[in-house]
Design a protein around this ligand. Structure first.
Ligand SMILES: Cc1cc2nc3c(=O)[nH]c(=O)nc-3n(C[C@H](O)[C@H](O)[C@H](O)COP(=O)(O)OP(=O)(O)OC[C@H]3O[C@@H](n4cnc5c(N)ncnc54)[C@H](O)[C@@H]3O)c2cc1C
Length: 426
């Protein structure tokens, strides 16, 4: 069943009472729904649009379970034990993803290829190396430094000052994974209602919550909100979340077919790749290893303009000057979401559960936090996620429209330029 087959032409919801109502049918929502269904609960997932058309089928498929802060920064802010536990949970979440794909026979080209992160300056190389040392102390991590003199074995560019490999990271085909997850949820008895925006949620003395949608109302004992970067700016129910979550657009380009030999010549280790720039850029061979997929900031909100396409093309040419003239066959964008802590979060407010804020790394985290949230909502998690806690702080003078994003992106771009200039002068 493809995502677009889950369309309810009905003008009514398929049920009036459920144990769990999930708002949002991306990785978080489907994973929560599947987990609850397997606990014997009745579940309805409502999505405002076509199932999966949020970030979950638009992403680059890099399965990093990345944490925005390196280990040292987390340790300084929250202490060593928390930092260790967060990174250990990343290992647990990645293993759980691989196990899930194997159990459900989801053929989504999941491969733990490792990820190479290229250092933009020698100072970045030193700090990457320190982070690898800290991570290698934690079970399941396996990382090593790659000095500049050897980086051509990883990637055929002179752009970086060496880098690091983290072997436990990999990649998959997000569309195929989404479809496998959707099928598993359907087999478990989850009901879906696509094109069904949830407008408001109120307390119901008998059931717990009453949820109002454009196709009628439904009562539920538990509600999980899984709208992440697509929470929007207008609906009454999303107000609490959107004051705490900043949607940021990320844009992806895919080159023309370059052929398997050329890809292997450019990226000999065929890993996932990233860099240390403040304006982060990620790239990888496509699952068929014939094209390059590259993602970075977007200049647009809904569809990529010529400016975004040209920017991504420049990023590709900075890495591989010989690709300056290759054609971009595909380009699209989608929303990721950040909170002020830049850590994924599970929290409750007014007896509603929320899981959100993956800071651009949701292929591992969204599925994992969806699962953990459902377990906690039904009191069945004897090991709650380390990301469970107080709601993130509300951002002052902000109600979901990120008017400050362009200024932040500009300051990051300046920071990257300054770093390059200072290094050139040193
Ligand atoms: C271009 C791009 C590249 C990315 N690359 C990577 C990557 O390589 N690696 C990685 O780890 N992560 C990546 N990500 C991030 C990752 O895709 C997301 O973190 C993850 O998919 C979030 O899943 P989700 O289920 O929480 O949200 P989403 O998949 O965004 O789903 C949210 C859903 O909520 C629905 N919704 C919103 N409001 C309502 C409402 N009122 N009623 C009903 N439904 C509603 C929306 O329609 C949407 O379908 C990328 C994201 C983008 C956009």
């Amino acid at each position: 069943m493809a995502p677009d087959e889950v369309v309810h032409e009905d003008t009514q919801l398929p049920v009036t009472d459920v144990d769990l109502l999930v708002v949002g049918g991306g990785f978080t929502g489907l994973s929560a729904a599947l987990t609850a269904a397997r606990l014997g609960k009745s579940v309805l997932v409502c999505d405002a649009g076509q199932m999966g058309l949020g970030a979950s089928t638009r992403n680059g498929g890099i399965c990093s379970g990345n944490i925005r802060h390196d280990h040292g920064t987390l340790e300084k802010q929250y202490g060593r034990e928390f930092a260790d536990r967060v990174y250990a949970e990343g290992i647990e979440a990645r293993l759980d993803l691989a196990h899930f794909c194997a159990e459900e026979k989801i053929d989504c080209h999941l491969q733990m290829t490792g990820r190479f992160t290229g250092a933009m300056t020698p100072k970045d190389y030193d700090s990457l190396a320190r982070n690898i040392d800290a991570l290698n102390r934690i079970d399941g991590h396996e990382g090593w430094v790659v000095p500049r003199s050897e980086q051509h074995k990883e990637i055929n560019t002179d752009r970086f000052f060496g880098g690091v490999v983290r072997a436990e990271i990999g990649g998959y085909h997000p569309g195929l994974f989404y479809e496998g997850l959707l099928q598993a949820a359907k087999r478990a008895g989850v009901l879906f209602s696509a094109y069904t925006p949830v407008n408001s949620i109120e307390t119901d003395a008998k059931a717990g919550k009453k949820i109002h949608t454009e196709k009628g109302s439904v009562r539920a004992a538990q509600v999980i909100v899984a709208t992440n970067g697509y929470t929007g700016t207008t609906r009454p129910f999303g107000q609490f979340l959107r004051r705490r979550l900043v949607p940021v657009q990320s844009c992806i380009m895919v080159t023309e077919d370059l052929g398997a030999d050329r890809i292997r010549q450019l990226m000999p280790s065929l890993r996932m790749y990233g860099n240390t720039a403040a304006l982060y850029c990620y790239f990888r061979p496509t699952p068929d290893r014939r094209r390059i997929l590259l993602g970075a900031r977007s200049f647009d909100r809904l569809t990529p303009s010529g400016r975004s396409v040209a920017y991504l093309g420049r990023k590709l040419a900075e890495l591989f000057p010989e690709l300056a003239d290759v054609h971009t066959d595909y380009c699209w964008l989608g929303n990721v979401a950040f909170n002020t802590s830049q850590l994924p979060r599970i929290f409750t407010h007014d007896n509603i559960w929320y899981a959100a804020g993956y800071a651009g790394s949701g292929t591992v985290w969204a599925r994992w936090l969806g699962k953990k949230t459902a377990e906690m909502a039904f009191g069945l998690s004897n090991q709650p996620s380390r990301f469970y806690g107080e709601p993130p702080k509300a951002i002052p003078f902000y109600d979901g429209y990120p008017w400050f994003i362009n200024a932040i992106n500009t300051s990051y771009a300046l920071k990257d330029k300054l770093k390059a200039v200072l290094y050139a002068r040193s």
